[in-house]
Design a protein around this ligand. Sequence first.
Ligand code: ADP
Length: 492
Amino acid sequence: MGRKSKLNINTGIQSRIISNFGIVILLLVTIIEITLIIGITNYYYGGVEQILRDRITVSSDFLNSYSNYSSVDTKARLFFETSSNTYNNSFLVQFIDLNKNLVLDSNGFSENVEINTVDVNAALENKPMIYRGKNSANQENIMAVSRPLIRYGNIDGAIRFIVSLEKIEKEMQKLISFSIIIGLIFIGIFILISAFVSNTIVKPIKKLNEVAEEFAKGNFKAKAEKIYNDEVGVLADTMNFMADEIKNTDKIKNDFISSISHELRTPLTSIKGWSETLQYYEQVKKDSDIALGLSIISTESERLQNMVEELLDFSRFQSNRMKMKKKPIDVKKVITQIYKQFSNKRSSISLMCNLTGEDTCIYADSDRLKQVYINLVSNAIKFTPDGGSIELSAVGYEDKIVTSVKDTGIGIKQDEIPKITQKFYKLSSSIQGNGLGLSIVDEIVRLHDAKMEIVSEEGKGSEFIITFPAYKEDTKGEELIDKNINLDEKND
Ligand code: ADP
């Protein structure tokens, strides 16, 4: 009945929650980071720009009004004399003539160097402009602003304030890196929190799924755990309620089967007993019709008895009332008995027995073991056409005993094989029997810690292989008494 696909809740809901919310948070953090970076840049560059503008406006206004008639060179000297230390450290101040040549700067240079930058060109055309770029001399990032110097009402040159951006950019980089780290930590914390939150959803569902699988296998003792008092918790309660209801119905059904079977046992024994007794009466022997009728009553009541016994076994298994009386036994002896019991059952089929291996002792309930092989051989006989053969075998290995019942019968379709050990399962309703035989066999095999494998091909035959663990004296703490085996032999 196994399920074909297994749902992996962990990679489903959990990864969906983390990835969906993760994308939202990632977008949000990216937007915040970009806004922050733009804000930081604008704040720093804007601040420097504002200071530069204010300073140059004050300086150029002062020079243009107080030294209106002097040359650029005189204005420069006047400027550096009056504001010797104020600007020297933070700004480089340059005085440039109309030919864009440097007249004097705050470092004291007065070499004839051409300064042809956009801000200077703009200042000479009386258009104020800010320049941000590389200093051609040392490739340093700088910001520069120039203003025209007026002589007799005309532009005579320009004053230029330059500031290095290295320190500010380092400062900005530190802030930006810090904000990115904070963003990454935020994303990390979010992933952890969403993994935790999704786990609180997924974990109870996973547990419910495990319990539902147990229910599907027929184990209604499993209990769904209510972890939280939420929708999943309510589902756990409903599942437990459902299991209790099924257990109740199952119990009623088992009790019914058990009591009916018990009730049927006594009259069936009487019918069978009397039909056999009556067959010995002289009058009956003389009348062949009555004799035939009585023999039919006898075989049919035996068949009914077997069915009733199967039903009783079934109800015992269902309510765990089946007790195994285990002892060390030689499986070869059991198979030999079955072989003898069935060798004359159907002359049109050849029954063979193949026993190999030294040690074939197992720890088992011999009656139940016989029941297993009787069932398998009866089925083999039932489903093998005339001229076919059935082979019983047992092979002893060091740690296991492998037994098999193999026939050359009608075989079973591949997709039917797993179903035939289910309760009440029959391939066709026209087949005699209640479909319980193999499910009881399977239960008995399980209670012996053994495994049953069914190999079958339609039209070719079937093989039922049962592998038992080998009996080891020390593991069971009981000695292997050959007496048991001899006793079994006497029972033949
Ligand atoms: P029942 O107790 O009624 O005999 P089983 O549980 O023993 O039922 O068998 C269930 C079904 O498995 C049968 O109805 C039959 O279709 C199939 N089956 C069992 N043994 C064999 C076999 N040796 N060859 C072919 N089909 C088999």
